[in-house]
Design a protein around this ligand. Structure first.
Ligand code: T4K
Length: 389
């Protein structure tokens, strides 16, 4: 590893990269491998691989207990979990969502013939701005999907008030917020239901996986039917459905990783603090803040560049990539800027000024065990050197 000293030493200027191997955002966390192999062996011996097996049932009850909710309906991934929740709530017509989210939030609606209507965000929180949501309500609106972006809670009370006032369904995409809370209440019990992702890149993963969590008995029952083709018993389909089932091997990984979750979050917290040490004093560079009362999982280290920083976001990302530090621009350009939705809403950017400006100023950095002290020091060097103009 080479220590960066000057702008000329940056790999983007032809010097060799600081690291031989690429360092990714989203490197998976893996708990006790021996325990995982033991669970996998038991699964093979039972010859029960999927279809609501014992590991999935245990996984569901552990997740429900962890989040303090009545029901966890485990699924094969977060996107299918979103789609099933949307269907179980009977959403149709138009549903209001942030554009500033992973594309799955919008796709889960559009894939089912529902129009995602994009509302702008509050630049201070990166989450939906309740006033912007109000402005998007039409007679066709049936629901709102809030997203707890980066694990920071969406404005749940304000969104619930809007939903109640207009007779709309409210659900949350909590893909980033596993283990986080709002005012002492765990994310998982807000709105009619909340959707989790256990994708490999998440702080808590099950290889792939997702779940809908809810305190609503009828909703949970409907979703259990929907994820298994609507079967109520042999030869008896009582509901339209799909295949959203979580396989046993995913539940095994989830059970092992749930035990290790405090360690994963501890590592992330340490990495976040280390980034803070090297970046906090650079003018025009701000790391987004997390607050202890929200029990953050520190899954994302998100840096925002202001106009005071002399170099644009693209140059920063290119410079980090040249060092083999594969920073990301999540979620540029926003869903409204992606092709399926760009054509649908050619003028959306005019209604989404905060989404647009945030989209041009964000850099997401690697965290977890892969982000060593040397990586973080190099990130600091790159921001410092570029910041000198
Ligand atoms: N809602 C929100 C708000 C979400 O963020 C997501 C998913 C969803 C809904 C949908 O949930 P799922 O259906 O995915 O369960 C990644 C993830 O694939 C996606 O799950 C996640 N959000 C999103 C924020 O990040 P990409 O397109 O960035 O993936 P990719 O392939 O570029 O991987 C990210 C990085 O992780 C790479 O640099 C390499 C590294 N990586 C990845 C995998 C899979 C590894 O090092 N090892 C691995 O095994 O979407």
């Amino acid at each position: 590893m080479k220590q960066i000293r000057t702008v000329a030493d940056l790999a983007i200027n032809g010097a060799p990269p600081a690291f031989d191997q690429p360092l990714h955002v989203g490197r998976p966390n893996i708990g006790d491998q021996e325990r995982f192999l033991t669970l996998a062996k038991g699964m093979l011996e039972r010859r029960w691989l999927t279809n609501n097996g014992p590991l999935v049932q245990e996984f569901e009850s552990r997740i429900a207990a962890h989040l303090g909710v009545k029901h966890c309906v485990a699924m094969c991934n977060g996107t299918i979990a979103l789609e099933i929740a949307i269907r179980a709530l009977g959403l149709e017509g138009e549903v209001i969502v942030p554009s500033w989210t992973f594309i799955a939030t919008a796709h889960a609606l559009y894939w089912q013939g529902i129009t995602p209507v994009f509302a702008d965000i509050d630049p201070a929180t990166h989450n939906l701005d309740p006033d912007a949501v109000r402005a998007m309500i039409t007679p066709r609106t049936t629901g709102i999907i809030g997203v707890h972006l980066w694990g920071r809670p969406a404005p749940v009370e304000a969104l619930q008030a809007i939903a109640d006032e207009h007779g709309l369904q409210l659900m949350f995409d909590a893909a980033h917020a596993f283990g986080c809370s709002k005012g002492g209440q765990k994310i998982g019990s807000f709105g009619r239901c909340e959707v989790l992702s256990f994708h490999a890149t998440k702080v808590f993963n099950a290889f792939e996986g997702g779940a809908v969590v809810t305190n609503d008995d009828d909703l949970a029952e409907a979703m259990r039917l929907m994820r298994n083709f609507g079967f109520a018993g042999y030869d008896d389909v009582i509901h339209p459905g799909t295949n959203g089932k979580m396989p046993e091997i995913n539940a095994a990984m989830g059970l092992v990783n749930l035990e290790a979750l405090p360690d994963f979050i501890g590592v992330n917290r340490g990495r976040y603090a280390a980034y803070w040490d090297v970046l906090a004093d650079i003018e025009g560079v701000a790391i987004i803040e997390y607050y202890d009362q929200d029990s953050p999982n520190y899954q994302y280290v998100v840096v925002e560049l202001s106009k005071d920083y002399p170099v644009g976001r693209e140059r920063v990302v290119a410079s980090l990539h040249a060092e083999n530090i594969l920073a990301r621009k999540y979620f540029w350009p926003g869903c409204h800027g992606m092709r399926p939705y760009r054509d649908l809403y050619p003028h959306a950017r005019l209604l989404l000024p905060n989404t647009k400006s945030l989209g041009e100023s964000i850099v997401v950095l690697p965290t977890g065990n892969a982000a060593s002290d040397a990586v973080i020091a190099t990130v600091g060097d790159v921001f410092n050197m570029l910041g000198k103009g």
